[in-house]
Ligand binder design. Structure first.
Ligand code: ADP
Length: 626
């Protein structure tokens, strides 16, 4: 029998497959099962109008360990002789792909990038036989190939319609253990991993152990093995079911098994849509972030399926970074199984799916916030930072979508508030949204500036995370109200009367402040009377865009250009230290310098800035105390 050569391009790809060091060889099984499923779909469709077809559709995997043979058997539509030639002589869909510039070293890349299809069988097999009988032809045919040399097709015998693909596995070598594909447990796990949701049962004879009837406890041969034809796949994907068909327990178990979490999910979202994008999905929000969630190592746990077949395990393009905590499965018929990662990422279908998913997650979060505040706050405790990064990232491109999903603790009652809630209870004369930054809720609560502002009846948002201030800077305003850091010197809460009085007092003590400022010349821009203090002696405020908190965050980043906030030391006129300062100005200018430094260091400490020279600080304080 004469061999027919493969078409040139097919030959090239085949060569790469056979010699590839591509590690993901196991996907050949996914490809063959998926082809079997497609063929079954076709006959299934015919059966709707042709009563002669009376199959119960299924796919079988058979193992012949002795002869190193693995068979994939389907009772689908089969192939005519012509189809065999056309389909298996060329690599479908690859005709336009250009392999010329690629060299052998790129094998892994090429195989990883392009759909691999039927030819992937050659990654693990030294010989491939396809015995097939078409729904449309009486005769059966056998296609055989041992690789690049070509293939033969001859008439053969087969009683039923369908296709049996027999792989003779390669011999094990130091790089790869092909015998794995003869192991029941290994094949089962591969089916579970890649083909769990194919809609036809994938059956395999599996060995089990049972206790013999009447066996005694101490009997050495109390157990016997037996075989059953088991269905390896789950068949119906949970996301294709209706929400009310699935119990909470089932959902929780499914989530824990698939995403290796020991806790139930906090929220489950079913989402199916048809139209511009057709897909079904199930999404989960975990109770807690994975340990590496806020690191570069973290990969989004979103699995992309095409018609029940897994095509990408961590499909990062399905949701934006700020919803990176969402895990789940998305299954779409719109996508093609044999498509490269790079091409997939650019396909319009995937982008449309991603857009729909983002919108869905957003609307779910929004109604969650409205209808179950307690649960939402639990979620926000864990993932709120992600949403705030979302506000900030991409130059604020998503701020409109996210601004009503973020929460901040506030001085109102210590609980979380939304920006909308804050604005809704702003005082009539209040034009700005006030916030304060600090390491913790407690630290902010005790800031000297807070007391005064609260006394005036204003609410203050507490920014405890380093991204908070950056994200609201990106937001810039909410419902026309600008954000203002309470430590900014521009915060002006006094009445006109208070203002005039302050101006007069400042003038009166001009010399004192000038001297103090000279003592602190590299540290502060100005020393002035405070309008924000009630009981404390002094505090720091800043002028301009950079707050003390931003200075700290930016300067902690590696390689960033150092920034410096413009600080102002504010003194409380009503504190007894003020009298002392006035006295020193007249009688002891040296001591005034010392007092100024200590006051500055203490005010800085309240802002979480350590004294530049702690020893000197201690000496100054001890000196005064002595
Ligand atoms: P693809 O599945 O993307 O078309 P493949 O190389 O995997 O590419 O398969 C080529 C073609 O061979 C398929 O389109 C199909 O027509 C045919 N084929 C493959 N496997 C089977 C099968 N088990 N039964 C019937 N036809 C098959």
């Amino acid at each position: 029998m004469t061999k027919t050569e493969f078409k040139a391009e097919s030959k090239k790809l085949l060569n790469l497959m056979i010699n590839s060091i591509y590690t993901n060889k196991e996907i050949f099984l996914r490809e063959l099962l998926s082809n079997a499923s497609d063929a079954t779909d076709k006959l299934h469709f015919k059966s709707l109008t042709d009563s002669k077809i009376k199959s119960s559709f299924e796919i079988k995997i058979e193992v012949d360990k002795e002869n190193r043979k693995l068979r994939i058997i389907d009772n689908g539509i089969g192939m005519t002789k012509k189809e065999l030639e056309n389909n298996l002589g060329t690599i479908a869909k690859s005709g336009s792909l250009d392999f010329k510039e690629k060299n052998e070293k790129d094998a892994a890349n090429i195989i990883g990038q392009f759909g691999v299809g039927f030819y992937s069988a050659f990654m693990v097999a030294e010989k491939v036989e396809v015995l097939t009988k078409s729904y449309e032809e009486e005769k059966a045919y056998l296609w055989e190939s041992e690789g690049v040399e070509g293939y033969t097709i001859k008439e053969s015998e087969k009683s039923t319609i369908g296709t049996t693909i027999t792989l003779t596995l390669k011999k094990d070598d130091e790089n790869y253990n092909y015998s794995n594909f003869l192991q029941e447990y290994y094949l089962t796990s591969l089916v579970k991993k890649y083909s769990d949701y194919l809609k036809y049962p994938i059956k395999m004879e599996c060995e089990h152990t049972r206790k013999k009837e009447n066996a005694k406890e101490d009997d050495k041969d109390a157990f016997e093995t037996y075989k059953t034809l088991d269905t390896l796949n789950s068949i119906t994907p949970i996301w294709d079911k209706n929400k009310n068909e699935v119990t909470e327990q089932e959902l929780n178990d499914f989530y824990k098994e698939k995403f290796q979490d020991f806790q139930d999910p906090l929220k489950t979202i079913f989402y199916k849509t048809e139209g511009t994008a057709t897909f079904s999905s199930i999404l989960f929000i975990p109770k807690a972030p994975p340990f590496n969630y806020y690191t570069k190592e973290f990969k989004k746990d979103l699995k992309l399926y095409c018609n029940g077949v897994l095509i990408m395990e961590n499909c990062t393009d399905l949701l934006p970074e700020y919803f990176g905590f969402v895990k789940g499965m998305v299954d779409s018929k719109d996508l093609s199984l044999n498509i490269s990662r790079e091409i997939l990422q650019k396909t319009r279908q995937l982008q449309v799916i991603a857009k729909n998913l983002e919108k869905k997650v957003r609307s779910e979060l929004s109604s969650w916030l409205k209808n179950n505040r307690t649960e939402y706050e639990k979620f926000f405790d864990n993932f709120g930072v992600s949403l705030k990064y979302g506000l900030y990232s991409s130059y604020g491109a998503n701020k409109e979508n996210l601004k009503d999903l973020v929460l901040f603790k506030s001085s109102f009652n210590g609980n979380y508030v939304t920006l909308k809630e804050y604005v809704s209870r702003m005082k009539e004369n209040q034009n700005e949204i006030y916030y304060a930054c600090g390491e913790s809720y407690e630290k902010i609560k005790n800031m000297p500036q807070i007391e005064f502002i609260k006394d005036k009846g204003y609410e203050v948002l507490f920014f405890t995370h380093e991204v908070d201030e950056f994200s609201i800077k990106m937001l810039s305003e909410y419902e026309g109200k600008k954000f203002k850091n309470i430590t900014s010197e521009e915060v002006n809460l006094e009445t006109q009367e208070e203002k005039t009085k302050a101006e007069e007092t400042t003038k009166q003590y001009k010399d004192l402040f000038t001297k103090m400022q000279e003592a602190l010349k590299d540290k502060v821009l100005e020393v002035k009377l405070s309008n924000k203090l009630k009981n404390s002696a002094a505090c720091l405020s800043t002028k301009g865009e950079i707050s003390i908190e931003m200075e700290k965050v930016l300067n902690a980043m590696p390689n960033s250009n150092k920034v410096k906030s413009q600080k102002i030391l504010e003194i409380n006129e009503n504190h007894k230290i003020f009298k002392k300062l006035c006295e020193l100005e007249k009688n002891n200018p040296e001591k005034l310098k010392q007092y100024s430094k200590i006051l500055y260091d203490c005010a800085a400490l309240m802002e979480g800035i350590s004294p530049e020279n702690p020893v000197e600080f201690l000496n100054e304080v001890s000196d005064i105390m002595a």
